[in-house]
Design a protein around this ligand. Structure first.
Ligand code: GLP
Length: 257
């Protein structure tokens, strides 16, 4: 299924640049709403992190106001820490419940995250892939980007054909969580992530980035050479990517005038 998306040539992603993070959230929410209108039982891949917080708040508002419904939707989160109890406030599961799932009408049995406490983590990864495939595949993957170009927890060097797997988190990625965990030494060393191959199979992908800290990596990801050293460059090989940025995250892109 993925082969038709893995092109040898670059695809030019559509890039939207907005003045404020709220406008980015609203533009992304609009895409989610349209997707749900097209198919109420759409399958989404969802990110965590700071970037999607305002999108999740906007989706919660639209759901509350009856503008959209997740009642038939299915979601798969992109990643989770290994060996953090799911009810710990630091787990991505807690994040999703707190910021999105408890505010929308989703059936929680259809909202999955990788289980970082499964007794056999590799079996969990295989089962997660099987579950995604059983839905017919991801309709819309929403992804953020790490400062080192990671997508989900796919660190630099990850194969573009990778599937859901256990990953050793890089120092850069662990550093980003240091203050939340009370020091880098307390940040888990392992995570589970859907693979780059899994992400590339999504029918549509939306990449969100906010703030000046993301400007350099956004330019490399979208306009630099395609390389496993910058996992997000894989997005240049997908035919249906929408990039939604605020002005500061877009500030180092070379844009046609
Ligand atoms: C984290 C997550 C990614 C996220 C990225 C950016 O490590 N695993 O899924 O997209 O880093 O996070 P933020 O939006 O906080 O910058």
């Amino acid at each position: 299924m993925s082969d038709k998306h893995v092109l040898d040539r670059r695809s030019i992603p559509t890039i939207q640049i907005h003045d404020t993070p709220d406008e980015v959230a609203s533009a992304a929410a609009e895409q989610v709403q349209r997707q749900l209108k097209r198919r109420a039982d759409s399958v989404f891949a969802l990110p965590t992190g700071q970037t999607p917080l305002s999108l999740y708040a906007e989706l919660a508002r639209r759901c509350r106001d009856g503008e959209l419904s997740f009642s038939e939707a299915r979601t798969f989160n992109l990643d989770e820490f290994v060996h953090i109890p799911p009810d710990s406030p630091l787990s991505f599961e807690s994040y999703m419940v707190h910021h999105l799932f408890s505010h929308i009408d989703i059936d929680l049995t259809k909202a999955r995250l990788p289980n970082g406490n499964a007794p056999d983590l590799h079996a969990e990864c295989r089962e997660y892939e099987r579950a995604i495939a059983a839905t017919g595949g991801i309709d819309l993957a929403i992804v953020g980007i790490g400062r080192n170009g990671h997508l989900a927890f796919n660190e630099p060097g990850t194969s573009f054909t990778s599937r859901t797997h256990v990953v050793q988190l890089s120092p850069t990625s662990r550093e980003a969580f240091a203050s939340e965990f009370g020091g880098i030494d307390r940040v888990p060393k392992l995570g589970i992530t859907v693979g780059l191959g899994t992400i590339l199979e999504a029918r549509r992908i939306i990449l969100l980035a906010l703030g000046p800290d993301k400007a350099a990596i956004i330019a490399r990801a979208l306009q630099g050479p395609i390389t496993v050293d910058v996992p997000a460059t894989i997005l240049q090989q997908h035919p249906n990517v929408l990039v939604i940025l605020d002005r500061s995250a877009a500030s180092r892109l070379h844009l046609a005038s």
